[in-house]
Structure formats: C-alpha cells, structure tokens
Write a protein that binds this ligand. Structure first.
Ligand code: CTP
Length: 413
C-alpha cells in the first residue's frame, strides 16, 4: 500500500552508469507492490548490472538490444513495449542517452521504444559532475522539457560520487523515483498546476523548555511532504515549510523550495511571509497549541520540573492566514481528530475561514501520524464532502489537488 501501483504497467529503461545498481531497488519495490514491471538494458548498462538481475527482480525476462527483433505478439518489440507501458522510467540516464532523446535519435531498443510511444517518461540522470555541468548537457536537459511535455525529470542531487568527487550528479533516491512514478500513474503526466504557487507546511513544531527538552507531537511530516511532491509533480512552484520530520522522510525534493523551522512562532512568521504570494496554501503541519511560558537557556534540574511548568497558548497560524486570505487564494487545513471526525473538522473549517478541511482520523490503524497511508474526508465551505478510501499519502495528496481544482472551478477564479 506504500505505493499504489498494483496492476499498473511500468517500463524501466536502464542506461550505462554505476547508479544502475540503485534502480534494482526501484524495480524490486514496484514488483513487490504489485506492479507489472519490464526492463530494458542498453549495451553499456549490461556492463554495470546483469540481465539476470533485472529479469529476476521484474519476474519477467529483461529486454536487451539482442531482443530488438524479437516479437512477443507479432508486433516489433519496441512498438509492443511502447503500447504496453503506462509509464516509462529511464534511470540512470546517461548524458549520451539524454542527447539522443533530445535529438530524436533511435539507435537501440530503449531509444526506439521512446520514439514509438506516447506514455509519460520520467528521466533520472546520474553522472560525473563535470559531465552534468557541460553546457551541452545542461542545454539538452533544459530543452527536452520545452520540446516535449511528455518528459518529466528529477535532477541529480549533490553527493559523493563513484569518482570520489563531491558534487552534483548523484541519482535521485529510489524513494523519489518511486513517488514520481506513482504520481505519473495517477495523473498520466498532466501538469495542471503550472503557474500556481503552492505553499505547504509539514512536520511537528517543537516548543523548547530548555536546551534538552521540548513539547512536541508525533507528526513525521509524511503527509505534508506528499502534498509537496504531488504539487511539484503537477508543475506547481512549491514552497515547503517544515518543522521536525522523521529521519529519512525527506530526501532531496526536486523543484521544491524547502525552509526548515523549529517552533510554531518560526513557522508562523515564515508562513505569513510566503502566504501573501501563494495561490494555494495547505497547512499539513501539526502545530503546538501551547508552549512553556519561559525558555531556560540553562538545562533545568529535573526536580524543578514536576512542581510547575507554566504554559501559554500558541497563536493559531491557520486562523491568521484565514483572516488575511484574498478572494483568489485557496486555504486548506487538516483536522487531526479522534472519534467523530467530520463535525469538529467542519467547525474548524468555518472558524478558521478555510476553503477546504481534510478530516484526518488519528486513532485508526494505517491513518494519521507516521503512517504511509491515510483515510481522510474532504469537506469544503460550500457544503461538499468526499470520503476517500484508505490510500497512500501521495494518492491522498493528488485527490486533494483534484478537489481543490473543482473548488477553483466552482467560483474561486
Ligand atoms: N494549526 C495552526 N496553528 C496552531 C494549531 C493548529 O495553524 N497553533 C492548524 C493545523 O496545521 C491544522 C489545523 O490548524 O491545519 C487544525 O489543527 P488541529 O490540531 O486539528 O486542531 P486545533 O485547531 O489545534 O484544535 P484542537 O487541538 O482543539 O482540535
């Protein structure tokens, strides 16, 4: 359920780079999640991983240039694969294959399959920093998205590369590739948020008592990060303000401006600053309701703690955004609830002057804090209500943007 890809058809093209070994994890996760996966290896990819590896992980014979003239259904293989796949992920993508794709060259099974198809394609480059920074490579990388909207991409990250350099060129993490693949299967590659500025908060704020202790909450940030990913995958300009996140939840998020904060007050100031410019604001963070009346710069002895810990309220950021909201802006809140989730969520919707509230049970298995899935209800200010089945948080985020778009079309713009 982590990735909602069951029964979906994903083609993985692997070109010659050391990051090929990391793609094995992508194939394995897709197959375990019930996707049908087929692999194509270029000749140079075969130097890095064996056809047997990919065959075993796909649970299906891999295709190489030797299979080019083979036919499974009477059609040429590149046409058959092009018709079969719903999404084509090319990872790692070398500078060489990028150049071929940019110029429309088809000289092997992988590039011929690209030309003989129309499905969305996810390009995930990996290479040495000097190669990546070549003006020719950069030009190809910029141009390919302008020439053809079916191409999506995840830029390489900074890291220590196999050539021992620290620089840009490291392939995106398997979790990012899997999330983008899941998005493309959901959206069929549509970028319906192009031109929209989306502001999102994620994670749990921390109100420090002294340098060693804080008042916090169990939020891991998974829901807010899923909303940021979904918005970025649909073409929005995304700003993510995140408080404490669970370790490893956020890898490099391509096309997302990330701002780290700790306390509710820091989150408040950052959200107020960016909100003025945002078309859509989604407040997915779990913000503290109270904080210690005073912060002690010295660690307090434990015997002094039990006696009294005076607390003061924290301003409600969402309510403040609701007061400032302009008519063209959409404001979405989350309501973490136990028991009856709809009535208190509706009350928050009206009290905080929101357009949409996501009622989120936190007392159910597989929902709420820390879970990879969520089971939510959307309600809006014009009385509509949609109950979603249990879904991955990325799917919930995409459904939310679909719901937001219907709100925009019913009178916000
Ligand atoms: N929120 C906020 N600032 C706060 C507290 C909450 O912006 N100080 C936002 C949350 O990000 C969420 C929404 O308000 O989008 C609802 O938060 P929730 O914790 O469910 O409810 P509260 O309003 O805090 O009320 P209660 O704890 O009484 O349920």
């Amino acid at each position: 359920m982590n990735f909602m890809v069951k029964g979906r058809r994903v083609l993985i093209g692997i070109t010659g780079g050391i990051a090929a070994y990391k793609v094995c994890e992508v194939i394995s996760s897709l197959a375990k999640a019930g996707a049908e996966v087929r692999g194509i290896l270029t000749k140079s990819a075969e130097k890095f991983i064996t056809p047997l590896t990919v065959t075993t992980l796909c649970r299906h014979p891999v295709y190489t240039d030797e299979s080019f003239w083979g036919r499974e259904s009477g059609k040429p293989l590149h046409i058959e694969l092009g018709e079969w796949a719903e999404v084509f992920v090319i990872a790692p993508l070398t500078a060489n294959t990028l150049a071929k794709l940019e110029w429309g060259i088809a000289d092997n099974l992988l590039t011929s399959t690209v030309l003989a198809s129309t499905m969305p394609i996810l390009l995930v480059p990996a290479m040495n920093t000097d190669m990546w920074e070549q003006p020719t490579v950069q030009r190809n990388w910029q141009q390919i998205f302008k020439i053809c909207s079916r191409y999506h991409g995840i830029s390489p990250d900074i890291g220590v590369l196999a050539c021992d350099r620290l620089g840009v060129g490291r392939m995106a993490e398997p979790s990012e590739i899997l999330a983008y693949t899941e998005s493309l299967l959901y959206t069929d590659g549509k970028r319906d948020l192009i031109g929209k500025k989306v502001l999102i908060s994620a994670g749990g704020t921390r109100e420090y008592i002294d340098p060693a202790r804080f008042i916090g909450n169990p939020s891991t940030g998974k829901m807010g990060i899923a909303v940021a990913r979904a918005a970025a995958h649909r073409g929005a300009e995304v700003t993510l303000v995140h408080a404490a996140l669970e370790n490893g939840v956020m890898t490099f998020l391509d096309n997302v401006k990330t701002i780290a904060v700790t306390s509710a007050e820091q989150m408040r100031q950052t959200m107020l600053e960016y909100h003025a410019d945002a078309d859509i604001t989604v407040m997915a963070a779990a913000v503290a309701d109270v904080k210690p009346a005073e912060y002690s710069t010295e660690k307090l002895p434990k015997k002094t703690l039990g006696a009294s810990l005076p607390l003061v309220p924290v301003p409600d950021i969402l309510a403040e955004l609701g007061e400032r909201k302009q008519p063209h802006q959409i404001l979405v809140g989350f309501a973490a609830q136990t028991g009856d989730i709809v009535s208190p969520a509706r009350q928050k919707l009206f009290e905080k002057k929101l357009d949409i509230i996501v009622a989120n049970p936190i007392d159910q298995p597989n929902s709420g804090f820390g879970s990879d899935t969520n089971q939510v209800i959307f309600a809006d200010a014009i009385g509509r209500k949609v109950t979603l089945p249990l879904a991955s948080k990325l799917h919930v985020a995409h459904h939310l943007f679909d719901f937001i778009r219907t709100t925009i079309f019913t009178g916000k713009e």
